[in-house]
Write a protein that binds this ligand. Structure first.
Ligand code: FUL
Length: 509
């Protein structure tokens, strides 16, 4: 009899309980906070801010390429002065298809080209300046690197991104604000009209002096308008409200990375914002966000608004952003790149890795070797998820079948008032692992604030790894653990935690 009761009791907790959930389509990527909101109401609001469709699609790319290429490749400079002779740009055997092949093979899903860096030299024959490929010796001035780049990306199934530096040290109107803003919008129009679908537009934050010390005042709102009109599915990075710079160029993101952070919404009308297409564009004031904690409880409690603003982690495979032969021997090793991957993709951000073509217009063998090594380690690591055939027991969680937005996905959650939970995995045998992967279903919000994992040693449960935020993806690497039972404990969440994916893996030695 006791056996039967125990069985029934256990069965009640077993995870095959499916319930249906329809996603609330009113959830937005921003929320107003009223002065009268209680701390609990603020927490409920922050837990229900969601990414836009474009932000979500971008986040899923995970690993993307940066191609710093241009005049600086030929002058060995990081920042061009803007006075370089166009004739210096002359790659001997440029092959953008080779770049796309290398990026694709490395597992990257999008590639961003520096079509104009701070020196102002344009990789496409812009009709608004003479400082471009059209006055170079390359292809007798008839070439267009942007065109070759986008065609190659499309051929290899990569999304396309364009880096257009607002700071321009060549343009004589720089610092004469309205005139330069018009020039910049014209360039945006050229790029966003003539090269098909663009997934990311990259706006660098550098803004130094114009000629005679004049300071350029950028008309960001006008720039956003051009982009939204011509490429409504693109996200804008950096000096814009879609994607945020993680705050370093080291490749290492924050351990605690919140996608929802404060924004000043005092200049926006709550009622009209609800029906506007990109309301944040109207009021967003670009700035770099570099603190350790951007969206923790302390940060949000005094905010008048919140918005979904995910991080992108940019880093170069070499010490510099542009190719220099002198750096061939200091290209980051495969192991270092894997560590960076774990500390960026694995910390709820997208990794933007710069792999710059050289003077020939090709990616060098040094970079290819490191990238290939990195991919090999990642492929071997993530090949076998040791929990796929595990038996799952849940304590306070249930498996939910969600329709509509989630395209008939399933996920785990608690009821809406319960913010802690446990899942226990009995593996199909004793396994050794040293990597864990966790994913939240961010389409309904980012919620988990604290979790840990335990393993069973035959007598006791032992804590072996812990963390704070999860978000889109959290990867943790630790000393190998050997066991047949593992427990995931969600200690604290901002609302019912919604858990999309779990994995245990073993990294090759
Ligand atoms: C910085 C620029 O100044 C660097 O040259 C590089 O392009 C990097 C990605 O962004 O702000």
């Amino acid at each position: 009899m006791t056996k039967i009761i125990a069985f029934v009791f256990l069965f009640a907790f077993i995870t095959t309980i499916y319930s249906q959930q329809t996603i609330d389509n009113r959830q937005k990527n921003f929320a107003f906070i009223k002065p009268t909101d209680t701390p609990e109401q603020i927490i409920t609001k922050v837990a229900n801010v969601v990414p836009t469709k474009q932000q979500y699609e971008w986040q899923k790319l995970e690993f993307i390429a940066f191609a710093h290429f241009g005049m600086n490749t030929f002058t060995n400079n990081e920042w061009g002065a803007g006075k370089e002779d166009e004739k210096l740009f002359n790659p001997s055997s440029l092959d953008a298809r080779q770049w796309a092949r290398v990026y694709k093979k490395a597992g990257m899903k999008l590639a961003i080209l520096t079509v104009k860096h701070h020196g102002g030299f344009c990789l496409w024959p812009s009709k608004y300046t003479e400082h471009s490929v059209k006055n170079s010796l390359w292809k007798n001035g008839k070439g267009d690197v942007v065109k070759e780049f986008v065609n190659a990306c499309r051929e290899y199934g990569l999304n396309v991104g364009l880096y257009l530096s607002p700071w321009d040290r060549n343009n004589p109107d720089y610092g004469d604000s309205p005139k330069y803003n018009e020039y910049f919008c014209n360039q945006l129009r050229e790029l966003l009209t003539n090269y098909g679908e663009i997934t990311e537009v990259w706006f660098d934050g550098a803004n130094v002096e114009g000629p005679n010390g004049k300071k350029q005042v950028y008309d960001w709102q006008a720039y956003y308008k051009v982009i939204r009109e011509l490429q409504p599915n693109a996200v804008i990075f950096g000096m814009a409200p879609d994607i945020r710079w993680v705050g370093t160029e080291s490749g290492y993101g924050r351990e605690t990375e919140w996608n929802v952070i404060p924004i000043d919404l005092s200049k926006l009308n709550e009622t009209s914002a609800a029906s506007m297409k990109n309301p944040l564009d109207k009021i967003y004031q670009p700035k770099d966000l570099m603190g350790d904690d951007l969206g923790g409880r302390e940060k949000i409690k005094t905010a008048n608004g919140l918005f979904w603003y995910p991080a992108e982690t940019d880093v170069s495979i070499r010490p510099g952003w542009f190719y220099r032969a002198s750096e061939d021997t200091v290209v980051k090793s495969p192991e270092k790149l894997v560590d960076i991957y774990f500390s960026s993709v694995g910390r709820n951000s997208v990794l933007l890795l710069n792999v710059p073509p050289d003077k020939r217009g090709l990616i060098s063998d040094y970079d290819i070797k490191s990238l290939t090594g990195m991919k090999k380690i990642l492929d071997k690591t993530f090949k076998n998820n040791l929990v796929v055939d595990a038996k799952i027991k849940s304590f306070g969680m249930k498996k939910v079948f969600a329709k509509n937005l989630l395209n008939n996905n399933t996920y785990w959650t608690t009821d809406s008032t319960k913010t802690d939970a446990e899942l226990e995995f009995t593996l199909s045998g004793t396994k050794t692992f040293d990597v864990v992967m966790l994913q939240e279903e961010i389409r309904v919000g980012q919620r988990i604030e604290k979790f840990h994992l335990e393993y069973w040693d035959g007598k006791n449960w032992n804590n072996f790894v812990d963390g704070t935020t999860v978000g889109y993806k959290r990867l943790l690497h630790f000393q190998p653990v050997k066991t047949n039972r593992v427990k995931l404990v969600i200690e604290q969440s901002r609302s019912n935690p919604i858990f999309a994916n779990f994995g245990l893996f073993k990294m090759p030695r």
